[in-house]
Design a protein around this ligand. Structure first.
Ligand SMILES: Nc1ncnc2c1ncn2[C@@H]1O[C@H](COP(=O)(O)OP(=O)(O)OP(=O)(O)O)[C@@H](O)[C@H]1O
Length: 320
């Protein structure tokens, strides 16, 4: 097997309040290989964003990584200085968000923001940076890049801003792109256009991607492999085909049954009852037991291990 680009080992992330720490990412392990698109899925609050912000070391002030390793091309990012980590961000690992205004500066033109990033990360002169910015703006679908460069973010539509952010994230040809719900806020036609564009660019550049989403339709279109998270833990991981055809965790099955499908027979959507338990109120047994239609007494006794049930397919459920 090829060397992984990213290796996350028993990562733990917590939030501190007055006198207690709440663990929101609880010992997760995964790898992303070269050219691989790995989707991280789960309901709101299960810890997807905190996982990606931990990798980037962009956690909110009260959050901290309390254990584990994040190895990027073999090097533990947690041992880097602030300056070294700042070099990794943008140059080696880029991130795009649901709301592009999170990463675009509203008072600077698109051109200034792009060229500044190119000059800083690639160490080229301003003229070369402008040329590179224009090339990328064209690639993401702006036929008149000189005009787009002069515009401010608020002058663009949501879909256009998302494409500018994609160009900014890819301009330094990072090895890894972390995409946190990049199309969730867009309407469906624009979402499909942005996803198509992303797929083309990924094929062209061979970049690895951690794709965070709660939308299994997007997973089916974009990912090679899927990691399902629940209450801060990985509950199932498999290649995309296995996950859709032979999911083994009742939570994954629940997610699939609550997702509409365009093809095949019309089926009734079945929502998963209840909600993700708030971090800090975790029960002793399986974290999903209270919402699980199959839970037994044994499930509530002790936490299940994540175990491999077939090559590349692991599940955290004693019934699987
Ligand atoms: N600033 C914060 N302080 C304390 N707890 C937080 C903070 N931000 C997030 N959390 C908690 O961390 C847990 C994981 O949140 P996270 O944002 O990673 O979930 P998510 O799966 O990405 O959900 P979403 O899809 O809604 O973004 C949640 O229980 C949340 O309440």
């Amino acid at each position: 097997m090829q060397e992984p680009i990213l290796e996350v080992k028993t990562l733990k992330t917590s939030f501190k309040s007055k006198n207690r720490a709440t663990t929101v990412v609880d010992g997760i392990d995964f790898q992303i290989g070269p050219n691989e698109v790995v989707a991280l899925v789960g309901e709101s609050g299960c810890g997807k964003s905190m996982t990606s912000l931990s990798i980037m070391q962009l956690l909110p002030r009260s959050g901290e990584i309390s254990g584990g390793e994040i190895r990027f091309r073999g090097k533990n990012l947690l041992n880097l200085s602030k300056k070294e980590m700042a070099d990794v961000r943008g140059r080696k690992i880029s991130m795009i968000f649901q709301e592009p205004m999170t990463s675009l500066n509203p008072v600077l033109t698109i051109g200034l923001q792009m060229t500044e990033a190119i000059v800083r990360h690639l160490g080229v002169g301003k003229e070369q940076a402008t040329q590179t910015a224009d090339e990328w703006l064209r690639r993401v679908g702006f036929p008149e890049p000189t005009r787009t460069r002069r515009q401010f973010p608020h002058q663009l539509s949501g879909g256009m801003r998302q494409r500018v952010m994609l160009a900014m994230a890819m301009v330094c040809k990072p090895d890894l792109l972390i995409a946190d719900e990049p199309t969730t806020a867009l309407d469906v036609t624009i979402q499909a256009q942005v996803l198509d564009l992303m797929r083309d660019l990924l094929k062209e550049t061979g970049m690895s991607v951690l794709f965070i989403t709660h939308d299994l339709g997007v997973v089916a279109e974009m990912a090679n492999r899927v990691i399902v998270m629940y209450a801060g833990q990985i509950v199932e991981t498999a290649d995309v085909r296995t996950l859709f055809t032979q999911s083994a965790h009742p939570y994954t099955k629940g997610l699939l049954q609550s997702t509409p499908r365009m093809k095949g027979s019309i089926e009734k959507l079945v929502p998963i009852p209840g909600a993700v338990p708030p971090a800090g109120s975790i029960l002793p047994g399986c974290r999903f037991a209270d919402r699980c239609p199959l839970a037994t007494e044994q499930c509530r006794e002790r936490p299940p291990e994540l175990r491999e049930i077939s090559p590349g397919h692991s599940v955290r459920c004693i019934l699987a």
